[in-house]
Design a protein around this ligand. Sequence first.
Ligand code: UGA
Length: 467
Amino acid sequence: MVGKKLAVVGTGYVGLVAGACFAKIGHDVICVDIDADRIEILQKGGIPIYEPGLETLVHEGVAAGRLKFTTKIADAAPCDAAFIAVGTPPRKSDGAADLSFVYDCARELAAILKPGAVIVDKSTVPVGTGDTVERIVRKTRPDVPIYVASNPEFLREGSAIIDFLEPDRIVIGCSDKAAEDILAAVYAPLVDKGHRLIKTKRRSAELIKYASNAFLATKITFVNEMADLCEAVDADIAEVALGMGTDSRIGPQFLQAGPGYGGSCFPKDTLALVRTAQEFGVSLRIVEQTVTANNARKRRMAQKVRHILHGNVEGKKIAVLGLTFKADTDDMRASPSIPMIELLQNAGAKVHAYDPEGIEQAKMVLTDVTYHLDPYQCAQDADAVIIMTDWESIRHIDLAKLASVMRSHVLIDLRRVYPPEEAAKHGFTIETIGRTGLEPSPISEFEPHFMHSDLNVHTRQAEEQTA
Ligand code: UGA
């Protein structure tokens, strides 16, 4: 195979992973970013984000001469395809995706790309964005054929490289055969290994990304609500999820009950999808309820802690283990640990926190937290420990040692890492989720109806965290 010349604009999670993986499968890749500091780090062999395996992959690509970094978009001029992978943060006014970076990027690429090149949108963008990009391109270069396509990305933080190189599917949405041929050639090394390429209308490709994320967010929210019911009726959510997930029509993944979904994608994308539907006069009641229920769940988790500490956390030392929205990432965006810590602090608790990768980002969104790089130091003299993220290091805590350093043996396990029986052996009183034999937590603050204020709270948080 002859490698294509590719540009990837934006070196965030999606752009950097895509660039490194394109180089890995044989293409010549130039990664562009306006952030000079970030490009300097990359040029010097550093990696500005935490993603397992990425550093090695980037170094390999650079050593092979197939991966380069630049701040000058003009360096993308000789490319066959230029992928836009810039941020689409929620707009201040209404939570809809802010597409100004995407449009700026399209304008700049249209001005420099060679005839017959394709501009490919990889950022998560609402339906119809490709049409607007196409209008921008036509206006900028009316005389030259430059194509526009959509190629959404389905990678998860923490397993992004494997998700990219071994995808369930690759979706390309093109309005021209020429663009489709270029993208089919770009992905040929993966298709040759048996990975499925799905060719769709450009608008379908744009919607597939949002529909997938909204469906997964709803699946998690469904299982979280079932976990609440399990607590009330003396059942166990792990058993219920196993019994459900073995039905091949349901599938076992994303049935893990937890403190509510977070991250840079599900909260932002569910909200943007609701907005898009509203614009087109369509009501997405299920997605709206998912947004509301998940926000309420995150708040409600703090009530579990207060409940087990007899309604009073004033002056108590609470040790939070895990800050990031999930394990294997340093990303704090919309992490359930944020409302948990803020609500506990508002109620007078002194919060200490441990996280192997998330502390720097946590410092930008949380105040008055004492951070530790050792879980036992974090738990020293604590009145309660809360497990918020199931990092490998947290999965392997020595419970006897943990108990020996704490003032009071209270463990609130919101990721179901430790079987209550095992924790009990070490003298812990344990509160978990979706498990038999536990006293149900009070649900007084739970708001069962869809409220626009929820969307606003959600937007504000997402904005603050993407700022
Ligand atoms: C998500 C999607 O899974 C990717 O397919 C998509 O490409 C990406 O968003 C995106 O749009 O860029 P990500 O946000 O990295 O990926 O994280 P997930 O692994 O999907 O987890 C999201 C949240 O759901 C986390 O807070 C996680 O703890 C929670 N979760 C996940 C559960 O509570 N239970 C589960 O069973 C699975």
